[in-house]
Design a protein around this ligand. Structure first.
Ligand SMILES: [Zn+2]
Length: 122
């Protein structure tokens, strides 16, 4: 019987004090067991969340430390374009959405070009 149903039943009953004492003893044992179960479940949950959090942080760190991929040059098609500057989008609404202008310079043909990128995506 669930603990609170048991307590309700005890409140409704008009038994002798010795029965009351026995029932209180049972409730005490059941409450002790249920609290122990809850504590164990809670500890498991916290451990799972901590593990999950650590994994997410590690994944983000891997992403951040990954070398910037060289872009393919729009003119000579060689993968030798390097970012020389990143500026916010000239349209303030786009800029607020995190859209930035990446300025590239090709180390092969020396031409420059720009690309719009959302800084939240790679
Ligand atoms: Zn080029």
């Amino acid at each position: 019987m669930p603990l609170f149903d048991f307590i309700d039943k005890l409140i409704r009953e008009h038994g002798s004090s010795s029965i009351l004492k026995d029932h209180l003893q049972l409730i005490r044992e059941q409450a002790q067991k249920e609290i122990a179960d809850l504590k164990r479940e809670h500890a498991d949950e916290i451990r799972n969340l901590k593990t999950k959090h650590a994994e997410e942080v590690a994944a983000l760190n891997r992403q951040l430390s990954a070398p910037q991929q060289a872009e393919r040059c729009e003119f000579c098609r060689k993968p030798s374009a390097e970012v020389v500057e990143i500026t916010p989008h000239e349209n303030s609404q786009f800029a607020m959405m995190g859209i930035k202008i990446y300025h590239y310079r090709c180390s092969s043909c020396e031409k420059t070009f720009t690309k719009q990128k959302n800084s939240l995506t790679r």
